[in-house]
Design a protein around this ligand. Structure first.
Ligand code: AHR
Length: 309
């Protein structure tokens, strides 16, 4: 295993075999598949040996994977945490083993920020704000009560918590925009379908005019449920979601989803760069945020061929 030294970061992997242990939280969504593929590809290109374990959305499995990385004496451990809490003890174990940690994609709630080197990922709060801005703008000519249904992601996960907070913060001063239905659907397409179905089993007067989905897979599942209920997604129910997958772009081009806030899963190159920088003994920023956009139906047709995930 390589140890921090004075070599230029580009040469580190070439001279010594660098081993990165990566605890991926699961394979629940299209975003996650793209994220895993990006990390595998970038590791290959960087000449870094990748030990990747998929925890299938189970924090305990993440702990088991991390302990196996410690036993293997990897050079760096990267973690995409399924939920925010409960990380101190395992991060302490890693610290005691002298292995640097990179937090990727979702954050961890810890008192002692020296337990990890850097956190690379999106600003989920800002994503929620962007989604709400779209809804506020879309509904600007409506003074009547607008019922909003919300499909949350995994309970306790950073994107679900922060996308919910950002959205609420922005609609807070619009009294006619009301979240009247909200439930977790675990970031999965089947979850989105099942939860939206239960929303539409309510009396018609309670049906939402807007759906805010914390990711594209749940939105696509919800589109199916909306069609099954005899409604037209994108018209009878305005839909805004988060991620920016090609499948969501296809739904925008078809008119079924109205807007998508981008969340970039292609974190592999940034992660490998960070691994090399750490092993070269350099200091990294504590937080690295990926730049992201919002796309509406008008832009979707132009952009769809550029989508890489
Ligand atoms: O943590 C990022 C989120 O997790 C993505 O929005 C979602 O699709 C994934 O499952």
């Amino acid at each position: 295993a390589a140890k921090p030294g004075l070599l230029p970061s580009a040469d580190i992997a070439a001279v010594q075999q660098v081993v990165l242990g990566f605890s991926q939280l699961g394979s629940e969504s299209t975003w996650r598949e793209a994220n895993t593929a990006s990390i595998r590809e970038a590791a290959g290109e960087a000449g870094i040996t990748l030990l990747l374990k998929n925890a299938e959305q189970d924090q305990q499995q993440q702990f088991d994977a991390i302990r196996s990385f410690i036993r293997s004496n990897v050079d760096v451990i990267a973690i995409a945490p399924v939920v925010q809490t409960g990380w101190e003890p395992i991060l302490l174990e890693i610290k005691q083993a002298g292995i640097p940690v990179i937090i990727l994609d979702r954050s961890v709630n810890v008192q002692d920020s020296s337990l990890y080197v850097t956190f690379i990922g999106s600003d989920f709060y800002e994503e929620g704000v962007k989604a709400a801005k779209y809804v506020v703008d879309k509904m600007r000519h409506h003074s009547e009560v607008i019922r909003i249904a919300e499909l949350q992601g995994t309970v306790g996960s950073t994107p679900s918590i922060d996308r919910g907070r950002g959205f609420r913060k922005l609609i807070g001063d619009k009294p006619n925009l009301r979240i009247t239905m909200t439930a977790p659907a675990d970031f999965t397409r089947s979850g989105g379908h099942a939860v939206m179905k239960t929303f539409l089993q309510q009396p018609k007067e309670q049906w939402p005019r807007v759906l805010y989905s914390h990711n594209d897979d749940m939105a696509i599942g919800a589109v199916e449920a909306i069609k099954e209920a005899g409604l037209v997604p994108g018209e009878d129910i305005i839909i805004v979601s988060v991620d920016g997958t090609r499948r969501a772009f296809e739904q925008m081009v078809a008119g079924s989803i109205n807007a998508v806030v981008e969340c970039n899963p292609l974190l592999g190159p940034l992660l490998m760069q960070a691994v090399k920088e750490i092993l070269a003994g350099r200091t990294l920023p504590k937080r690295m945020v990926t730049p992201e956009d919002i796309y509406t139906q008008e832009l979707a047709a132009m952009e769809i061929d550029n989508r890489k995930y």
